[in-house]
Ligand binder design. Structure first.
Ligand SMILES: CC(C)=CCC/C(C)=C/COP(=O)(O)OP(=O)(O)O
Ligand SMILES: C=C(C)CCOP(=O)(O)OP(=O)(O)O
Length: 264
């Protein structure tokens, strides 16, 4: 568990929990309350990457610049490390209540987490991805996969930050739209970088035969159109943030731009 958590990674999802919670009222007072939830989402994301890299799934040897978990500890320990990270994540939500998150908000956060990370969220998206390898043909199918396997955890991060920061229903709705769009743009950008990115910066293999054969946005609509879609989604995400009229939206606008300009 520690090996994969401490391998680094960009920590985008926890950064979103913290940033959104502070953006709503423009105050850093929510920081302590948001931290346990920020850790929970990174635990879940890290478990998903450990399992995604297993031979039964993507069969990858490198992640975050290091050998994948199963390459170091064996498949059984990698599966169990993922299981334990997932379970431990849920134990952090009560901790957020002790740090000041209202109980109603914490209950809504648990409900969102089980839905958005579970069978109708991230796990469901990964299932569709695995099944899709046997004959995926349309952009609509691919969008469904991306929205669930990637956007849903981003949506969780943003919505939980919004709840901790005391967002109104309208702000929650607009921020959910922001998260959906940056999540989708992020996954398309990930597929672009899997083809043309720098291995030493990304810490994983790029442009391999497997990556070239994967049905992705670049595979289905071409590289230029994929980049145009990423730009469009980013603009739509930024418009949603502006509509939410947050006290301090600037970091959220910057994060949307960073996700498309990133090279790792
Ligand atoms: C329940 C599980 C196992 C969920 C995995 C979800 C996920 C987003 C995996 C990485 O996607 P990817 O394979 O497109 O990314 P990368 O190129 O980083 O491997
Ligand atoms: C959902 C995808 C695209 C898998 C990788 O996620 P990140 O690119 O956020 O991975 P880390 O920085 O956490 O390693």
């Amino acid at each position: 568990m520690t090996y994969s958590l401490e391998a680094g990674g960009k920590r985008i999802r926890p950064a979103l929990v913290m940033t959104v919670s502070e953006a709503i009222q423009g105050s850093s007072e929510t920081r302590g309350a948001a931290l346990p939830v920020a850790c929970a989402v990174e635990y879940i994301h890290t478990y998903s990457l450990i399992h995604d890299d297993l031979p039964a799934m993507d069969n990858d040897d490198y992640r975050r610049g290091k050998l994948t978990n199963h390459k170091v500890f064996g498949e059984a320990m990698a599966i169990l490390a993922g299981d334990a990270l997932l379970t431990h994540a849920f134990s952090l939500i009560p901790r957020s209540v002790r740090q000041g998150v209202p109980i109603d908000a914490a209950l809504a956060i648990v409900e969102d987490l089980s839905t958005l990370a579970g069978a109708s969220g991230m796990v469901g998206g990964q299932v569709a991805d695995m099944l899709g390898e046997q004959g995926l043909t349309t952009v609509e199918q691919l969008e469904y996969i991306h929205l669930h396997k990637t956007s849903d955890l981003v949506v969780f991060s943003v919505r939980s930050g919004a709840r901790i920061g005391g967002a109104t229903e309208f702000q929650l709705e607009q921020l959910t739209l922001y998260a959906r769009n940056i999540g989708l743009a992020f996954q398309i950008q990930d597929d672009i970088l899997d083809l043309i990115g720098d291995e030493s910066k990304l810490g994983k293999k790029t442009n391999s035969d497997v990556n070239q054969q994967k049905v992705t946005y670049p595979y289905l609509v071409g590289m230029e159109e994929s980049k145009a879609i990423v730009d469009r989604l980013t603009e739509e995400a930024k418009s949603a943030v502006r509509r939410a009229e947050l006290a301090n939206p600037s970091l959220l606008l910057q994060i949307a731009d960073y996700l498309v300009q990133r090279d790792h």
